[in-house]
Design a protein around this ligand. Sequence first.
Ligand code: PLP
Length: 388
Amino acid sequence: MSNHIETDAIRTQTERSQFLEHSTPMYLTSSYVFEDAEDMRASFADEKQRNIYSRYSNPNTTEFIDKICKMEGAESGYAFATGMSAVFSTFASLLNAGDHIISSGSIFGSTQTMFKNILPKWKISTDYFKFNQLNTIESLIQPNTKVIYAESPTNPAVDILDLELLGQIAKKHNLLLIIDNCFATPYLQQPIKFGADLVIHSATKLIDGQGRVLGGVTVGKADLIKQIYLFSRNTGSALSPFNAWVLSKSLETLAVRVDKHCENALKVAEFLEANTNVNLVKYPFLKSHPQHALAKKQMKLGGNIIAFEIKGGIEAGRQFINAIKLLSLSANLGDTRTIVTHPASTTHAKLSEEERLEAGITPGLVRVSVGLEHTEDIINDIKQALES
Ligand SMILES: *Cc1c(COP(=O)(O)O)cnc(C)c1O
């Protein structure tokens, strides 16, 4: 009998020490001792699974990884210092020079930069498909294509990609499907169920959820994780035991936090939809969202990110941001504090107008990462800023 996600997030625990602690302590140790020469030999020969050095493994990182694996339905995993080190190490360990990636065009900015400017150093190239044109993927496949890569919901336009269809295409052509599941969290969506081979998280966002630490994790098929582990333990991108302890604790409250994030977000989205200063509101669990049915099929709830368009374009967007009083102006997301961003003049300012529109970023688009403050206080601040 398998447990529910909420229970796995709480009850998956490192073996207790001699002190029989109830809550897992922090193991701030860089290395571990051996019983004798034979123990030492067998450990280094990988004949037994045990901690040797915290770049390889540590009780806190292992507990964090085990939790994510159970929640995502994955066989195995490895934890990283940041979400980007998870993304980079996953590609760097699995791909060879000359390989080809097919990626969704709507992906996190640093991942975009990695595909465009960094992986080409090793002649690894990327072609892109639009979030709602998965039928074009097959035409992009080359003999050297290895991976299909996507995020859903997307940032910042909150579009939804059909994970089951992506899984079918990947399987048919024997390609790896890698999904960045950061926006949904393992509580709302489990891409492995739909055919993903690997799932990546930036734990910095909703998994920590309290704006304290950076972290990342990749989970999925054991043979792939083995390659990622052997690459990573030698290249030094390991998550620190302190951050792993924080993140493992955070998972214990993920379900209750994300439930409340989603409840607040739906109410804010409904308020925005009824406001006359707003053109368009995108939130996956609003009936008006173009992929509402798909969102309901693959997600438990709608997440905490809303995109909306203020009437009046880029100037109106900037004015709205300037009138915000309570909420934070920040580029981060997935915090207890509600965060408001104007992508066209900040996170995506370096793109051309055309590239922005391609990614669904209109001049008046505002992204809200809805936090855990009282719903009325969030709505009141947005309301006064829209009216000013
Ligand atoms: C933030 C983010 C990342 C990168 O994570 P870091 O922890 O900041 O390195 C990757 N993907 C998505 C979707 C993100 O939001």
